[in-house]
Write a protein that binds this ligand. Sequence first.
Ligand code: FAD
Length: 454
Amino acid sequence: MDNDSLRDRLRGTLLTPDDEGYDDARAVWNAMVDRRPAAIVRCAGVADVIAAVNAARKRGLSLSVKAGGHHVSGSALCEGGLVADLGEMKGIRVDPHTKTVRVQAGATWGELDHETQAFGLAVPGGQDPNIGVAGLTLGGGVGWLSPKYGLACDNLLSADVVTAEGTLVHASDDENSDLFWALRGGGGNLGVVTSFEFQLHDIGPEVFGGTLVYPHEKLPAVLECYREFMADAPREVRLLFGSMALPAASVYPTEMHGSRVAMLIAFYAGPAEEGEQVLEPIRDCEEPLTDTLRPRTYTGFQQAGGSEGPLRTDLRSQYLATIPETAARTILEYAAAAPSTGATVFLSPWLGAETDPASDATAYPHREPAHHLLIEARWEDPADDDDHTTWVSEFHEAMEPYTTGDVELNFLTSGENERRRRAALGENNERLRELKTQWDPDNLFSVDPVSSLE
Ligand SMILES: Cc1cc2nc3c(=O)[nH]c(=O)nc-3n(C[C@H](O)[C@H](O)[C@H](O)COP(=O)(O)OP(=O)(O)OC[C@H]3O[C@@H](n4cnc5c(N)ncnc54)[C@H](O)[C@@H]3O)c2cc1C
């Protein structure tokens, strides 16, 4: 590739394997991903994105897009192709009067929350402030505000997209509406989104939430509390149930750090006093070891979910329509046999505004009420790979009889079989395939979580 001519066209930087910074630039959240692109364009703006797309197309290279770099499949990176790295495109403009925000595609949720919360506003986003706004939205995107206000993609009003032809187009309900439909949960491999416009909602700055921690052997009883409470909880509530090892955080007694516990994480998307009243019954359900439920800022609550990577990561996403007792026992059995403190399992309800749209209203297909199960392991030493990947896959197989077969696109790993890859987009696969032929006939954007990356 003639790198000098591309370099001359950029305001940002071109990094090739010989350049300092190349290895940092090709790092993603999942440290198991080790791909070596021919070059990485650190885009300073839309013009650089257009230059990168044109350069890749003319040279017959594949092009991948890196925003927050958190997708566990590592689909932000292509092997031997060109990467458009959007991480420096972080412009954010809030309009408090129309309650909308336009955000460039390299911003993280923490950065977006910081700007919108200055006006007491927020977009439903992920539960970890370090995740990219772009990848999460393009794959659907669920977080604390979702039962009340829907997925991140449901709050998208419009997007600017650089197409495979290197042209900038606007996509909304009124303009390029097919493309807009696809961007809302279809994964994004039709073009490079350079900015997103979102609907904002009144939230905080003070909200009510926190964690309730229980002895691990209480896990089935705590699961029952979760199930009962969520059966008629209002849309303001998001309650997560899970098993994890307690982090060394000051909110937990030092002697409990590292010990495996059952946990409920509760959040109320409304006034803090109201949240305290609504969540009160969950406090009485079982005797917790610790209770950190209290009024706190929305940004503080979001920041608490922040994790530092890269880490080696394996996970499986599944949906359960109901949670029979045998499923609860299986969760306890595998959680108790977790290979390390980095192994977790969490259930979250899928309901309220998340399930309001029809399954073909946006490309995001999973609109039936359910519980989302996420089995996940994070670790550092490659020597521990087998222990963790075996635990994840065996746990996943043991839960399969209870699941609907659906998968979250945002949590699809690279080694998944054809059935699971199809399940990520469900009944919308066909329409997305047609749109791919229309918007990217030569498959320039060939790397995405659904394609086989092997
Ligand atoms: C620690 C952690 C916590 C998480 N928490 C949540 C959560 O609370 N809720 C949730 O829903 N998900 C969560 N996820 C999953 C997350 O939504 C996905 O990993 C998502 O893809 C991350 O977006 P990103 O921009 O960081 O990733 P990237 O890896 O940069 O991008 C993901 C995919 O989108 C494509 N893409 C990115 N930007 C663009 C663009 N501008 N135009 C076109 N294509 C693009 C990439 O090419 C890639 O295929 C979490 C993941 C991790 C690792």
